[in-house]
Design a protein. Structure first.
Length: 145
């Protein structure tokens, strides 16, 4: 997950890598290793402006998204009570904290393949298509998460 900021305000969370401008300070090795595209500053600024306008059109609550990385409590596991198993709820919480499948597997001491199965089950049970929708759904249900 990649937070997208515009004018020092979080406007979205993108699933994927990142972008560097011509004035970047990212080491060349990192740019090459992670295939980070370079973009003119003005074009990136325009994308940010359009993103802000788009979020305003869909009445997107930025305050909810700003708290995604916050620590979740035991009570938060009950968010999907009756829908997800306890382990699926744990995986969903960790996804909402921005962890990758590998990081989740390491934290829960289970295989990455098992995490992929849990993610697939979570998406199916909640009738959503991807991790981003999970994050948005979780934040909608638990606005203070």
């Amino acid at each position: 997950m990649c937070p997208v900021y515009y004018n020092n305000k979080l406007v979205a969370i993108a699933y994927g890598g990142g972008i560097a401008t011509e004035a970047h300070t990212v080491p060349q090795e990192i740019i090459e290793r992670y295939n980070i595209p370079l973009m003119p500053q003005r074009k990136l600024q325009r994308i940010g402006e359009l993103l802000v306008q788009t979020m305003a059109l869909v009445n997107f609550d930025l305050n909810v998204v700003e708290n995604i990385g916050a620590e979740k409590t035991e009570a938060d596991l009950n968010v999907f009570n009756g829908i997800l198993s306890r382990r699926e709820a744990e995986v969903a919480m960790l996804i909402c904290q921005g962890l990758s499948n590998k990081q989740i597997a390491e934290q829960l001491f289970i295989s990455e393949k098992t995490i992929k199965t849990h993610v697939s089950n979570i998406l199916s049970k909640l009738d959503i298509k991807d991790r981003m929708q999970l994050i948005l759904e979780y934040c909608r249900i638990v606005p203070n998460a």
